[in-house]
Design a protein around this ligand. Structure first.
Ligand SMILES: Cc1cc2nc3c(=O)[nH]c(=O)nc-3n(C[C@H](O)[C@H](O)[C@H](O)COP(=O)(O)O)c2cc1C
Length: 762
């Protein structure tokens, strides 16, 4: 049985009047005849052969109103429900002999009376109608083929292929690599690059012959081609083939060379020759004096096999003294053994310095006069680079500037005009940089030569940078460098997901991120009135509760009058984890709490009405201030050890009754979070959120808002502590279960969400 299209379960039908109904889906609405709405096939039911106008069907599909259900015979197995984006294509069945794997981000959950499989990379999801589909999902932990999955789940092979087809179309499963030679991918890249990398008008003379000679053996993921396009009348193309550099100096404690350098072969008119080896330099971790810099550079040149020496080259030494170590070095046997140095030029100061040094080195004034026109390109990230060749006695007379960032590229028209670049060259450069990057995925081939659905490599073609070359005669030649690169996915068992989503994304982080940001979340995000009962948190009472400990009163205007200026506080703020000092006097604790949490009378004018409210020293979404401070006193002079909630309205502490053992555990957690020290902070302030207070107003983002509130409160507490000459350190982790037991507060309604330790300075 094939797949069936039906009305998406994410669509609701509202009847507009007796003649018309409105279909409302996640990405829009459509008005259809009332009688038609009822005849639409619905998902998950036995397929019927109701004929529907193909045009209307197309509109339904385009609007995201249709879902696809996979069947085993007549039994519905699973339905693919589109999210914010309509289904672009009908999912294609998986291949019976390809191995598939479940995404590490996929999860199964119950949604009302349905099981769904979701994934935070998309808002589309899968409804499961048949438990055998869950057995298929379980089998997918182990790179299984549909043939094997059919045997273990009890579904037919075609049923498994259909379900996997639905899963694959939204990334719930991916085909896995069988382990593969990289060479076929390199060849496919070369063939693609040949057709796609060159804009019209560039010379293909000798190109194909040159490409044929490219040494692809030994290629790995750093393999790429660079097409150097000359935008003058010659329309010449030079091709560089980049292979990884693993030579001397790429390891060892004094090494400056990074291992991701590359050999560059030039292919000019079908003749391939080694131009040189380019190696990026590791920026020194500490600032080096000039002598050490030169020594390092000397050692690096030696490691690269160059006979050029900095010590005998006053001009090169002057460049290093002025601009620091180059960012990249290239040893160029093809250019009489010269060494190309690429220096970062972040600002005008370095540009002017370079100009003076180059002038002294004999670079013609006609070139140097162009430096002023380069200035608007400075200040971007990455900075522009100055390329200068060093030979055995001095510097080469041709210099170039490499421009990378999109911002800088946007400035090119003006800069080229100021440089006097002729119109045709300007137009040609701008056409090249305007080319959108091209991307594709290539797939492994089966033994019979047919294309499998196992991805073998990601490939891309894009403009890398622009070089403004200042020629000896003062002419300006602009070249663009177009990269064609291939990232192979040929590691056994590697899936396309591994290549697309950095390993650093953990399941829960991506789930939380995608569900609390717009773009992939189907639900509403933001302030809404989804609960009928909406208790707005009460204003803090000015009356202490019976049994509260009244803290020493603090005259806020008086204490802040003698504070250091705000800018000084910012500069002084630092995290302090020294807890072996004296006890913290309770008056200091009282002052810190009052500074951060005291109520500040504010009035807002809303629709001409003055509304009085109490503000705080820090902002809070919706003005809800759902986070309380719970004090864990360990060594406070004038306050018994224990846990207390701070009530800012009455400036009092309410003792919390919980287990002492867990109070210890919470405080000790601070020691562990700061590196397993033995000492404990004098005071730990735990930020405890009244979760429901914020969730009544904010839908979908309540927790993420609370974390932001923790951030602003931590900052406010730390700045206040700094102003008071107290030590403080925010903590990244804390035990919310121990907190609930330590305080008697409910984990789900008043739980801990952040911690910051406070200590007196000696
Ligand atoms: C949210 C957050 C969590 C932190 N977690 C810890 C922690 O668990 N342990 C720790 O010793 N320091 C922690 N710190 C402090 C940082 O290590 C510190 O801010 C950083 O090293 C910079 O030093 P500075 O605060 O002195 O400028 C945290 C800081 C923040 C903002």
């Amino acid at each position: 049985m094939s797949k069936m299209l039906g009305l998406s379960p994410a669509v609701t039908i509202n009847s507009a009047d007796e003649n018309w109904s409105e279909l409302v889906g996640p990405s829009g609405s459509l008005v259809v005849p009332a009688n038609f709405a009822g005849t639409l096939p619905s998902h998950g039911t036995t397929p019927s052969s109701v004929g529907i106008d193909p045009k209307l069907m197309q509109r339904l599909a385009d609007g995201g109103f249709l879902a696809v259900t996979a069947y085993d015979d007549d039994a519905p197995l699973a339905t693919l429900v589109p999210g914010l984006k309509p289904l672009a294509h009908l999912p294609i069945d998986a291949l019976p002999t390809t191995a598939y794997r479940l995404s590490r981000f996929a999860y199964v959950r119950r949604n009302k009376r349905l099981m769904v499989i979701e994934i935070p990379t998309t808002s589309a999801y899968l409804e499961i109608h048949d438990p055998r589909v869950a057995a298929v999902a379980a089998g997918l932990a182990f790179d299984r083929t549909p043939i094997a999955l059919a045997a273990s789940s009890g579904l037919s092979v075609s049923g498994v292929c259909e379900v996997l087809g639905l899963m694959r179309s939204i990334g719930i499963v991916t085909a896995v690599s069988r382990g593969f030679e990289f060479v076929p991918e390199v060849n496919s890249l070369i063939a693609w690059a040949e057709q796609e990398a060159l804009p019209r008008g560039f010379s293909h003379t000798g190109l194909v012959a040159g490409l044929d000679q490219i040494p692809v053996e030994g290629a790995d993921e750093s393999f790429h081609l660079i097409f150097e396009l000359h935008h003058d009348e010659s329309r010449q193309v030079d091709i560089s083939v980049c292979l990884p550099y693993e030579g001397d100096g790429a390891s060892g404690d004094r090494a400056l060379l990074l291992p991701n350098g590359f050999y560059e072969f030039d292919i000019v008119d079908g003749i391939e020759s080694l131009m040189g080896v380019f190696v990026p330099l590791a920026p020194p971790t500490d600032s080096l004096d000039l002598h050490t810099q030169e020594q390092r550079l000397e050692a690096t040149l030696q490691a690269l096999g160059s006979t050029c020496r900095v010590a005998n080259n006053p001009d090169a030494r002057a460049l290093v003294a002025g601009l620091g170590l180059p960012e990249m070095l290239a040893v160029l046997p093809g250019r009489e053994g010269a060494v190309r140095m690429l220096f970062n030029i972040p600002a005008t100061e370095q540009l002017n310095l370079a100009k003076t040094i180059l002038q002294d080195a004999g670079v013609p004034a006609s070139s140097l006069s162009h430096f002023q026109a380069i200035e608007p390109l400075l200040g971007g990230l990455p900075p522009i680079r100055l390329a200068v060749d060093m030979n055995h006695t001095g510097l080469g007379s041709r210099i170039g500037f490499e421009v990378f960032t999109p911002q800088a590229i946007a400035l090119l028209p003006k800069v080229m005009a100021n440089l006097g670049v002729e119109h045709q060259m300007q137009a040609s450069v701008l056409a090249a940089v305007a080319q959108a990057p091209k991307k594709r995925t290539v797939y492994e081939l089966n033994a019979d030569g047919s294309v499998s659905d196992i991805p073998a490599a990601h490939q891309r073609i894009e403009v890398l940078h622009v070089k403004i070359g200042l020629e000896q005669d003062g002419q300006v030649l602009v070249k663009t460098y177009t990269l064609a690169a291939s990232v192979p996915l040929n590691e056994v068992g590697k899936s396309i997901e591994d290549a697309d989503i950095p390993k650093s994304w953990e399941f829960h982080d991506l789930l939380f991120h995608s569900k609390t940001r717009d773009g992939r979340s189907l639900g509403r995000l933001g302030g809404s009135s989804r609960f009928t009962i909406k208790p707005h948190p009460e204003e803090p009472s000015t009356q202490p509760l019976p049994g509260d400990i009244l803290l020493p009163s603090i005259d806020i205007p008086k204490v802040i009058a003698v504070d250091p200026p705000f800018g000084v506080v910012l500069e002084k703020r630092t995290s302090i984890r020294a807890w072996d000092g004296p006890e913290l006097p309770v008056a200091k604790l009282a002052e810190l709490l009052a500074r951060v949490m005291h109520l500040i009378p504010r009035s807002d004018e809303i629709l001409g009405k003055i509304i009085e409210r109490s503000g705080r020293t820090y902002p809070s979404g919706g003005g809800l201030y759902e986070i309380d401070i719970v004090v864990f006193a360990s060594r406070v002079a004038g306050l018994a050890p224990g846990a207390y909630i701070y009530r800012q309205g009455s400036h009092s502490l309410g003792a919390l009754t919980g287990s002492l053992e867990h109070q210890e555990k919470v405080i000790f957690g601070a020691s562990e979070a700061t590196g397993g020290g033995i000492s404990r902070p004098q005071v730990l302030l735990v930020l405890a959120a009244r979760y429901p207070d914020i969730a009544t107003k904010y839908e979908g983002i309540a927790y993420s808002l609370m974390l932001k509130h923790v951030g602003v409160m931590m900052a406010t507490i730390q700045y206040s502590a700094t102003a008071m000459d107290l030590g403080s350190v925010p903590l990244g982790t804390g035990d919310s279960d121990a907190f609930a037991l330590a305080t008697g507060l409910d984990y789900y309604t008043h739980g801990s969400i952040g911690e910051i330790a406070i200590s007196p300075l000696d």
